[in-house]
Ligand binder design. Structure first.
Ligand SMILES: *[C@@H]1O[C@H](CO)[C@@H](O)[C@H](O)[C@H]1NC(C)=O
Ligand SMILES: *[C@@H]1O[C@H](CO)[C@@H](O)[C@H](O)[C@H]1NC(C)=O
Ligand SMILES: *[C@@H]1O[C@H](CO)[C@@H](O)[C@H](O)[C@H]1NC(C)=O
Ligand SMILES: *[C@@H]1O[C@H](CO)[C@@H](O)[C@H](O)[C@H]1NC(C)=O
Ligand SMILES: *[C@@H]1O[C@H](CO)[C@@H](O)[C@H](O)[C@H]1NC(C)=O
Ligand SMILES: *[C@@H]1O[C@H](CO)[C@@H](O)[C@H](O)[C@H]1NC(C)=O
Ligand SMILES: *[C@@H]1O[C@H](CO)[C@@H](O)[C@H](O)[C@H]1NC(C)=O
Ligand SMILES: *[C@@H]1O[C@H](CO)[C@@H](O)[C@H](O)[C@H]1NC(C)=O
Ligand SMILES: *[C@@H]1O[C@H](CO)[C@@H](O)[C@H](O)[C@H]1NC(C)=O
Ligand SMILES: *[C@@H]1O[C@H](CO)[C@@H](O)[C@H](O)[C@H]1NC(C)=O
Length: 813
């Protein structure tokens, strides 16, 4: 009894409230029942607006990424910057959360009614960004509501292909066509491919014979959608004989046919619309269900489950040989099959795609000494529409995201024109916020920070501890010309007392000595999957510290002892490493750790890993695509490495490259030249040609020259041993040199053992003759071998130079 009565009372109350609301708004607006699709502007906004009555509207299937707390439904008399700035909130509900295909009723603020609202927008006044809008017909234009209802981003159905790739479509069976929208949270350099596999093909489905549409964006940011046909799962290959195979545009296959036929053949797909927003690509195109070209297009039956093929991957830009975009099969891509029934509108996608990286803007990191050149240019892809048609460019990049470090001064060279002074402000819109009654903090710049190319003005700004993480560079007079400045403590250079660039300038090594421990950081200067630094002369026999970020975005730092060149020789150690941190800054790895100078353990290999600040520390590095904490395979080891260690003096903060002893090599060469090309032949000449001179002058000349030659040789050998850090007979030069040196050393010994000559006039004894022949023979062999060694030595030098040169070229190409 009681519950029933209670429910009845509730119902009555509800009805009363509803009727009261209706009476308050007047249900008789001429707009009641008007429907329109929301047009997407900046964010992933989709939905259908329907006017319910004089003061409320419903938005069905509302998808929206969150704006700031001030984002609202907004009423304005236009969609340009000025009109929106003049506008006012239309409803009280904030749009500061993600809406996932929700159907909601919003009430206009008290006192508002429809005909006063020509444009209903989702707008964030704080950042002056327009997420999307519908145009409402004016009081007098209510007769034609259909004209503005079709937004190109709205399609009837949607299906997930993968978590970051969706296909949307609207079927026009009567017109024998289907409109397809491909939507993927990928970078602008990726293609999206979607199409139907050859029907009737065996299970499992094959990509061969598939009719694909490849869509993406050109370097200029323009969308394209082209018909492709697959004859082989490979990149498109053009043979010299004119045949083609791979994933190729229909047009190249069609080239073989007569011109009239090929026109009909390639006319399947028509681009309708495309944009990139929030790091999401969207391309809409239209294709016939039953195409005229039956050879390279597949007929789609809209009421059957058909196998579709999809792929995403990197695009290869056109060149003179292949004037079209080609999908690359190898890197960073994915491809799979799915079943799709075009008539089946169920399934659906919930919520907007949320890309990890929402900005296509170029990124610029301010360096301590290099000025950033500020100019103006046309707004082509301004990240936060609406905006005027001129925006700021930094280093020739349109409104890039600027990254600065606290404590590192930033220099701007302002040459954007006399009417565009630069300032750094807390206001996202800029253009003198004070004039708009908005408080702002100005960090640098002002009316005088203006210049032209001939007379640029330098503006120096030092972000300090009190600078917030996000500020903006803007023009002082015009709104929305600049973009964000990310202020970081990253500032490894701020946090560590010393830093040096390691070999090749690809890795920066930071350290601070504090008591009996050392804080170390390493930052890769380019993208990689892992970064390793090692203490030692080479990777083999070094103590290595590796930082990497795993698939879940978690950073790791681990220590290893490496005693060989393969994965099995990388042994994880248990050093007392603390304060481990590893992160990826736009793909470049940064890691930090603290360790004691002297490990307090014994027995294990890492206990010998002692850092003595008074002696130079040799540091090397390596980078690669992938590291794992489990067993390492050869695949992990593929990497880019330093060519030589850098010797770092930890106390003074100085560093030098460990030279590869080329001066020593030069001294070795010079000494060997003097010994083998001057002294030794000189001695032989003296013995051969000076005998007619009086006395034993020839004999003295001969012995002095030969002994000097051997002494110089010995020094030369010692230099070579120093250079090679030991005896090594791996090279031909070393082997021939060793033979020559042995012959040369035999000479003084056998000279000492020589049988003495009898009286001058007596003929030589038999022994003496044999000895003389032997002496001549070994002497000349030594000279010959020495000359050969000289030449192989020169060859060796040439190879080394060449090797170094090739290495350098590889690095820069
Ligand atoms: C709506 O109804 C009110 C009376 O309730 C009337 O005064 C007004 O003219 C009507 N408006 C329209 C557009 O019909
Ligand atoms: C509506 O009509 C009035 C006069 O009939 C006109 O002044 C007004 O500009 C019109 N509004 C629109 C939005 O067309
Ligand atoms: C079919 O095509 C005609 C002309 O191309 C167009 O006017 C009509 O709106 C189309 N129908 C559908 C359902 O798209
Ligand atoms: C073009 O035609 C030639 C001869 O008719 C044929 O051998 C070749 O395979 C054709 N190429 C393509 C791509 O169809
Ligand atoms: C493509 O087809 C449309 C109509 O379907 C036609 O208007 C157009 O001329 C065709 N283009 C070519 C190149 O054949
Ligand atoms: C589509 O397939 C159904 C059977 O699944 C068939 O009845 C129909 O005729 C087909 N439509 C076309 C246009 O081929
Ligand atoms: C078509 O696909 C749907 C869902 O994938 C499935 O439920 C249905 O049984 C399929 N129909 C046929 C005829 O295979
Ligand atoms: C495709 O979907 C339509 C509409 O839901 C349904 O009538 C038809 O049977 C489906 N086809 C298959 C093969 O499941
Ligand atoms: C900003 O606008 C205010 C109010 O209009 C004005 O007083 C002030 O001088 C302006 N600042 C600059 C730098 O122009
Ligand atoms: C390192 O920097 C800290 C503060 O940043 C300072 O206190 C310390 O004295 C510095 N140490 C050396 C060796 O310069």
């Amino acid at each position: 009894m009681a519950p029933a009565a209670f429910v009845a009372i509730l119902c009555l109350a509800g009805a009363a409230a509803a009727s009261a609301a209706e009476a308050g708004c007047g249900a008789n607006t001429s707009l009641a029942g008007y429907r329109a699709d929301l047009r997407m502007s900046q964010h992933q906004l989709r939905g259908r607006v329907e006017v319910l009555d004089g003061c409320s509207f419903r938005v069905a299937a509302l998808d929206l990424l969150p704006g700031s707390a001030s984002a609202r439904w907004w009423r304005a008399d236009g969609t340009d910057l000025d009109a929106l700035a003049r506008g006012e909130p239309a409803a009280a509900d904030p749009l500061d959360r993600t809406f996932r295909s929700e159907s909601l009723v919003f009430h206009l603020l008290p006192g508002l009614s429809w005909p006063l609202v020509p444009v209903l927008a989702a707008y964030d006044p704080l950042t002056s960004s327009l997420f999307g809008f519908v145009r409402l017909p004016g009081a007098n234009a209510s007769s034609d509501p259909s004209s503005s209802s079709a937004a190109p981003t709205m399609l009837d159905s949607c299906a997930h292909l993968s978590p970051r790739f969706r296909v949307r479509w609207t079927l026009h069976e009567a017109n024998n066509s289907v409109d397809i929208g491909l939507e993927a949270a990928v970078g602008s350099e990726y293609y999206m491919a979607f199409g139907w596999a050859e029907p009737g093909a065996a299970e499992p489905p094959s990509v061969i014979g598939a009719d694909l549409v490849v869509a993406g964006f050109t370097e200029d940011g323009l969308p394209f959608a082209d018909d492709y046909y697959v004859t082989k799962y490979s990149e498109c290959l053009l043979r010299d004989d004119g045949s083609v195979e791979g994933v190729c545009p229909d047009t190249i296959y069609g080239r073989n046919h007569s011109s009239s036929a090929s026109a009909g053949l390639v006319n399947g797909t028509r681009l309708v619309y495309g944009h990139r927003r929030d790091g999401v690509s969207f391309v809409r195109f239209s294709r016939p269900l039953a195409p005229k070209d039956s050879k390279y297009d597949v007929a789609v039956n809209a009421t059957r489950n058909m196998t579709v093929v999809w792929a995403i991957g990197l695009l290869r830009p056109p060149d003179s040989l292949r004037p079209y975009y080609l999908p690359l099969m190898s890197r960073g891509g994915a491809f799979s099959f799915a079943k799709l029934n075009l008539s089946d509108a169920s399934g659906g996608c919930v919520g907007p795609l949320d890309a990890e990286d929402k900005e296509d803007q170029a990124r610029i990191t301010a360096e301590r000494k290099t000025p950033l050149v500020v100019t103006v240019g046309p707004a082509l892809h301004y990240p936060n529409p609406p905006n005027y048609d001129k925006v700021l460019y930094i280093n020739k990049k349109e409104a890039p995201l600027l990254k600065v470090e606290r404590g590192v001064p930033v220099t701007f060279s302002v040459e954007a024109g006399h009417d565009v002074p630069l300032y750094i402000t807390s206001d996202p819109v800029g253009g003198n916020a004070t004039a708009r009654n908005t408080p702002e903090v100005i960090y640098a710049g002002g009316p005088e920070a203006e210049g032209v190319r001939a007379t640029p003005t330098e503006l120096v700004w030092l972000p300090d501890r009190n600078t917030p993480d996000l500020v903006y560079y803007q023009s002082l007079y015009d709104q929305k010309m600049g973009w964000k400045i990310q202020v970081v403590d990253g500032g490894l250079s701020d946090m560590y007392n010393n830093s040096v660039l390691l070999d090749d300038q690809q890795v920066t090594f930071f350290w601070t000595l504090s008591g009996d421990s050392i804080n170390i950081a390493a930052r890769g200067e380019k993208k990689s999957g892992y970064l390793a630094i090692g203490f030692g002369s080479a990777m083999v026999n070094s103590y290595a510290y590796v930082g990497w970020v795993d698939g879940n975005g978690k950073g790791h730092v681990k220590s290893y002892w490496i005693d060989g060149k393969d994965g099995m020789s990388v042994h994880e150690t248990h050093e007392n490493v603390t304060h481990k941190r590893c992160r990826s800054e736009n793909g470049a790895i940064v890691f930090e750790f603290t360790r004691p100078l002297t490990p307090s353990c014994s027995g294990r290999v890492e206990c010998k890993n002692i850092i003595d600040p008074t002696t130079p520390l040799k540091v090397i590095w390596a980078m690669g695509a992938q590291w794992s904490s489990g067993p390492l395979s050869l695949k992990n080891m593929h990497s880019d490495t330093s060519n030589r260690p850098i010797r770092i003096l930890l106390l003074s903060g100085l560093a030098e490259a460990v030279e590869d002893l080329r001066p020593v090599l030069a001294v070795h060469g010079f000494m060997m030249f003097v010994a083998w090309a001057i002294f030794l032949p000189g001695g032989i000449m003296a013995a051969r040609y000076l005998k007619h001179l009086k006395g034993d002058l020839w004999f003295q000349a001969h012995t002095y020259l030969q002994y000097s030659s051997i002494a110089v040789m010995l020094l030369g050998v010692l230099f070579a041993v120093a250079e090679l850090r030991g005896f090594s007979f791996k090279s031909r030069h070393a082997r021939i040199g060793a033979v020559a040196f042995t012959f040369a050393c035999v000479q003084p010994i056998n000279a000492y053992l020589r049988p003495h000559k009898m009286e001058d006039r007596e003929p030589s004894s038999g022994n003496r003759t044999v000895w003389e022949y032997l002496h001549h023979f070994t002497g000349r062999s030594a000279a010959l071998a020495g000359i050969v060694a000289l030449f192989t030595g020169l060859q060796h030098l040439g190879h080394r130079k060449m090797g170094a040169w090739q290495h350098r070229r590889r690095r820069y190409s």
